[in-house]
Design a binder for this molecule. Structure first.
Ligand code: FAD
Length: 320
């Protein structure tokens, strides 16, 4: 079996989900040949080597000026050319903004299947079983591939990457593809939030809700996030109230996150919010209402006022 893994970089750095996708490919078939695919406008040989250190057998890179920023036209031409060359049995990618855009487009073009937002892969005899949440995370379904090339996207932070092993070796080859007819011109990329840690890959998230009361009320959350090396997120309630930018929104219509630690601060726990965070490994809820629904999904709950609890928690953690 041959599996392609489409990698992703941000600001020249490979995103961790690339390595997680390699680990996912290994789970699909531990004997499969795993071929990484990287697209961009600069030399990708070092990045390619990094993908090999994380378990890929070899890497194909496509560089072109028209691949500087992601466009579905540009990347689909590049990846399609590699697919035509390699004739893989399956293709794995992160369930990221790019993965969600690119994989359905390619799957439709190739008239093939797509299993999206996979959170786990098990093995049932010789078949890989893909597990993915449905109904806003209330249930999980199991899928198997019965025939043909299939795309699989994996939710970031769910399938751990393999440990980097510098002794692994493989070839990084450059493929020439003429990327043309690009109708979308990216003039600038403006990042509004998550200056430090990327929300979708953060191991620790401190999320504020309407209970935080104001934009200034978010300041202590940023301080706590700095102490824990985490990122700040928000409920839609907080975004609607203009306490923070919509790029921080977590939930059904926001980002889906799976950090090791999720601290929900002044968030009631509406089903649409839970859809984006209930798979977090450890959930801590801070809310003054003991009946708040968020406590039903929390591993640890603190009934109290945000403005008293957060500074105390931050001070305590600073001592450790
Ligand atoms: P509230 O529900 O108002 O809760 C505020 C909480 O803060 C309360 O529990 C209160 O007890 C507590 N509180 C108040 N003061 C304090 C204090 N001083 N100390 C401690 N606790 C305090 N929501 C999302 O989050 N993400 C989504 O992606 C999303 N998508 C949606 C999609 C659709 C189609 C719809 C209809 C809704 C969606 N929503 C989403 C909105 C969702 O239904 C809720 O309205 C929203 O999550 C509520 O935000 P909240 O918990 O911050 O506010």
């Amino acid at each position: 079996m041959k599996l392609l893994v489409i990698g992703e970089a941000r600001d020249g750095e490979l995103r961790n989900v690339t390595f997680e996708a390699v680990a996912a490919a290994k789970r699909i078939d531990s004997d499969a040949e795993i071929v990484g695919v990287l697209c961009g406008s600069n030399d990708l040989s070092e990045a390619g080597q990094e993908v090999i250190y994380h378990g890929a057998d070899r890497v194909v890179t496509v560089t072109h000026d028209n691949l500087k920023a992601y466009t579905s036209e540009g990347y689909s031409q590049a990846v399609m050319a590699v697919i035509e060359d390699e004739s893989p049995d399956g293709i794995v990618m992160g369930h990221t903004a790019i993965g969600k855009d690119l994989t359905p487009k390619l799957a439709a073009k190739l008239e093939t299947g797509l299993i999206s937002d996979t959170t786990d892969i098990e093995n049932d005899g010789d078949k890989a079983v893909f597990i993915r949440p449905i109904y806003s995370g209330k249930a999980f379904e199991k899928k198997v591939i019965t025939s043909g090339l299939t795309f699989v996207t994996i939710r970031p932070n769910n399938i751990p990457a393999l440990e980097r092993d510098d002794s692994l070796s493989g070839e990084v080859t450059a493929k020439e593809v003429d990327i043309k007819d690009i109708k979308t011109v990216i003039k600038d990329v403006i990042r509004k939030a998550s200056e430090g840690v990327d929300l979708s890959e953060a191991n620790v998230i401190i999320a504020g809700g309407r209970g935080v009361k104001s934009a200034e009320g978010f300041e202590p959350l940023h301080e706590l996030a700095d102490v824990l090396g985490g990122a700040v997120g928000a409920s839609r309630g907080a975004c609607d109230a203009e306490y923070c930018d919509y790029s921080l929104q977590i939930g059904q219509t926001g980002k889906v996150v799976t950090p090791d630690l999720y601290i929900a601060v002044g968030i009631s726990g509406a089903i649409q919010h839970l859809a984006g965070m209930s798979n977090s490994k450890v959930i801590v809820a801070i809310n003054k209402d003991p009946e708040a629904n968020i406590f039903n999904v929390a591993d640890y709950g603190i009934v109290g006022d945000v403005f008293e609890v957060i500074p105390k928690l931050t001070d305590e953690l600073k001592q450790t």
